[in-house]
Write a protein that binds this ligand. Structure first.
Ligand SMILES: Cc1ncc(COP(=O)(O)O)c(C=O)c1O
Length: 383
């Protein structure tokens, strides 16, 4: 086994996500792109925003792309455009980032928590069916399901769709962590009635601040989303046709995104190689992540599962290797969300995962040497 002792050089060698290494690849082009925005001064809805929307549509095949100010705003805008509100049940996983459940609450709707599958960490269609039954018994109107493509991998859309169709739900796909991935040959952005994503800097496709986008093939939904993005504006700024908000993406972030899009396919390929290497070396000691045969992942996280998770965390920390736990506290257990319904049978998988998952450094610039150190540290922890 390799020597796993940390030296000051090693400290610099392993980053959880390495945006500085990415900057070394495209920094000069990025600075030129930002300078062009400073020169033309069209900071809001400038030409870069339209170009970014065009390129995102081209990348995933969605008919309409409406860029916006964050992934959270993207989810809120989608729910607003479709009129979700009081009395509506919105089905969400609890094993996700808070924004997924927060968005329906902001609009007065009721999140109903659904369990996930143990192998993919994504929404369990059987638990969704049980959650719909609970919502009906509680007198809520089943309206929408927000499956999350967690850690880079698409949900089981066919399974979710069967339950959704049987119960009149529309699908708002939360692809905040997974833009660029595909399900049965279809790119995310085209798998739900509406898809929301985030360009938060640490996402596989991020910008240098907050940003997001909404995708749909539905002309009417796209029209409403564009109105919601700018205060419900109709044909001009004095014409307000619905309730909206300030939801725009800005030109500097769009310029950043365009440069990152240019290297996105290469980076996704690099992430896949790194994930495959982790799996080859770790599958005997921990439960390594599973990507369904009909899916591709963009590996927002490389997340392993072990009942000895705390030992792995401590060993890696002692060797100055960063790790993260997504998510140690399921949303339904947190004070603001404790009063909302959960699927019958509870969320046992979610609760177990919250004690067992740990994410390892994952980014396209992770060198083989740095990755070897991470692998050796995990092996040492469990030896
Ligand atoms: C699953 C999920 N949904 C929504 C969001 C919200 O995105 P943003 O941080 O851009 O508002 C995130 C961001 O971390 C996320 O991971």
């Amino acid at each position: 086994m390799r020597d796993t002792a940390a030296s000051p050089i090693d400290l610099a060698a392993v980053a959880f996500i390495d945006l500085q290494a990415q900057r070394a690849r495209i920094g000069a082009r990025m600075e030129a792109a930002i300078s062009r925005v400073l020169a033309h001064g069209g900071f809001i809805m400038g030409p870069e925003v339209a170009e970014a929307e065009r390129r995102l549509a081209q990348r995933c095949g969605a008919k309409h792309v409406i860029s916006c100010s964050s992934g959270t705003t993207a989810i809120v805008m989608a729910l607003m455009a479709e009129g979700v509100g009081r009395g509506d049940a919105v089905f969400v996983p609890s094993f996700t980032f808070t924004a997924t459940a927060e968005a329906p609450v902001i609009l007065g709707a009721t999140p109903v928590f659904v369990d996930v599958l143990p192998d993919t960490f994504n929404m369990d269609p059987a638990s969704l069916a049980r959650a719909v039954a609970v919502a009906k018994q509680t007198g809520l109107r089943p309206a929408c399901v927000i499956p999350v493509d967690l850690f880079g991998q698409p949900v089981d859309f066919d399974g979710i769709d069967d339950v959704a169709k049987a119960n009149g739900l529309w699908i708002l796909d939360d692809a905040a962590q997974s833009f660029g991935a595909s399900y049965k040959g279809r790119a995310l952005g085209t798998c739900g009635h509406i898809t929301a994503t985030s360009f938060y800097p640490s996402k596989p496709l991020g910008c240098y601040g907050d940003g997001g986008a909404v995708f749909t093939d539905d002309d009417e939904a796209a029209k409403k989303l564009r109105q919601v993005r700018v205060h419900g504006q109709g044909h001009d700024r004095n014409d307000n046709v619905r309730i909206g908000l300030t939801g725009r993406f800005d030109s500097i972030q769009a310029a950043v995104l365009l440069e990152k899009l240019a290297i996105f396919d290469a980076e996704c390929a690099e992430r896949n190689e790194i994930a495959a290497r982790y799996t080859a070396h770790l599958h005997n000691v921990v439960t390594t992540p599973v990507v369904r045969k009909d899916c591709t992942s963009v590996w927002a996280q490389y997340t392993i599962t072990s009942p000895r998770r705390d030992r792995i965390a401590a060993t890696l920390q002692a060797q100055h290797i960063p790790t993260a736990i997504f998510y140690p506290k399921p949303i339904h257990t947190q004070p603001p969300y404790r009063g909302f319904p959960v699927a019958s049978g509870g969320l046992p998988v979610t609760e177990r995962l919250s004690h067992e998952v740990i994410s390892l450094p994952m980014h396209p610039y992770l060198t083989a040497d740095a990755q070897d150190r991470v692998i050796a540290a995990v092996q040492t922890a469990l030896a």
